[in-house]
Write a protein that binds this ligand. Structure first.
Ligand code: NAD
Ligand code: ZN
Length: 347
């Protein structure tokens, strides 16, 4: 089979590789129908994630069809259409019992990280009963792929950890796929005002189409002064960081109101200054974490009910064997006006 393989910092190849086989009775082999590229894959390619070693197949998002089933798998059979969670989990260890699937003692975020991932014709999924979801008949596959990682990330780490409530004024910093997922899922909780902050005017325009009530363009406007103007100097109830750089976390610390919440979604490669001397007196809560995908069943229901359509995040489509071109587009997202890039099965 063919797979997109990490070959060391800055290097990747679309090469012929052994098709994965069942290694444990709880495994399933999935034939990929659709996958995508995540911002995290770009971090890996830069060499920012040293746990990923050369030879690793990348990718942790996708849908497919079950091709082979281990003897202990109960919930799936050959031919079933499935959604793959970016987090695989045993479902029975102490962390899994608390729904901390990202911290499963025999799983977590391992696809395209510690074991081979989804940017291939086939992938092995450990603990399949707890790591795959049956695809409802007639569901839009492109929308479903957004439920592997970015939509649960936005909902769990941004919206729920930030305790977004009806009527709240919230600010989301970063209008990438993850920030857009925060924007879409925040609307389940009816905030009164949603301010999207980014430096890319095209992404801000898209955010308005997806429900942002106000936008602030970093570079052209001072985000802190503008938030204070919009909120009569109160600040926002919830400030959500979806970039992963010190400057944007700093903005969150400055714009959060007394009694407010900061939710940090971005992955930070560098230490970030925490201004406890200013935050303590404002009664601020700060939350952060790794997506656990425990909201995937709920997101599947909202998708089915038509309440949300994450498929609208897709801007580009390629065949799986055009993945090198797809990386070129996704790696130059601003220039290419790219949000999510879908890779479909080679027929
Ligand atoms: P992205 O790079 O596509 O988007 C980031 C956005 O931030 C871009 O639109 C960019 O223009 C904007 N931006 C950059 N610097 C800025 C600044 N100084 N001020 C304002 N805007 C700025 O990334 P993404 O794929 O949307 O992911 C966002 C973050 O979420 C990443 O750090 C990613 O690693 C992280 N992430 C976290 C989890 C988790 O489990 N917590 C899961 C998935 C992704
Ligand atoms: Zn576990």
């Amino acid at each position: 089979m063919k797979a997109l393989v990490y070959q060391g910092p800055g290097q990747k190849d679309w090469i012929e590789k052994e098709r994965p086989v069942i290694a444990k009775p709880t495994d399933v082999i999935v034939r990929m129908t659709k996958t995508t590229i995540c911002g995290t894959d770009l971090h890996i390619l830069k060499g920012d994630v040293p746990a990923v070693t050369p030879g690793r197949t990348l990718g942790h998002e996708g849908v497919g069809v079950v091709a082979e089933v281990g003897s202990a798998v109960r919930n799936f059979k050959e031919g079933d259409a499935v959604l793959i969670s970016c987090v695989t989990s045993c479902g029975s260890c102490p962390n899994c019992k608390r729904q901390l699937y990202a911290h499963c003692s025999d799983g977590g975020w391992i696809l395209g990280h510690k074991i081979d991932g989804t940017q291939a014709e086939y992938v092995r999924i450990p603990h399949a009963d707890n790591s795959l979801y049956p695809i409802p008949a007639g569901a839009d596959e492109e929308a479903l792929v957004m439920l592997s990682d970015i939509m649960p990330t936005g909902l769990e780490i941004g919206v729920q950890a930030g305790h977004v409530k009806p009527g709240d004024t919230i600010a989301i910093i970063g209008a990438g796929p993850v920030g857009m997922s925060v924007l879409l899922t925040s609307q389940f909780y009816s905030p009164g005002r949603i301010v999207m902050i980014d430096m890319d005017p095209a992404r801000l325009e898209l955010a308005v189409q997806f429900g942002a009530t106000d936008t602030i363009q970093v570079g052209a406007e001072d985000p802190v002064a503008r938030i204070m103007e919009l909120t009569e100097n109160l600040g926002v109830d919830v400030a959500i960081e979806a970039v992963g750089v010190p400057a944007t976390f700093d903005i969150c610390q400055k714009i959060v109101s007394a009694g407010g919440n900061i939710a940090n979604v971005g992955v930070h490669g560098k230490p970030v200054e925490l201004h406890i001397e200013e935050l303590w007196i404002k009664n601020i809560n700060i939350a952060m974490g790794l997506v656990c995908t425990n909201t995937t069943p709920m997101l599947l229901k909202t998708l089915q009910s038509g309440k949300v359509d994450p498929g609208k995040l897709v801007t580009h489509r390629f065949k799986l064997d055009e993945i090198m071109d797809a990386y070129e587009v996704f790696g130059n997202a601003a220039r290419e006006k790219a949000m999510k890039v879908i890779l479909a099965k080679i027929v």
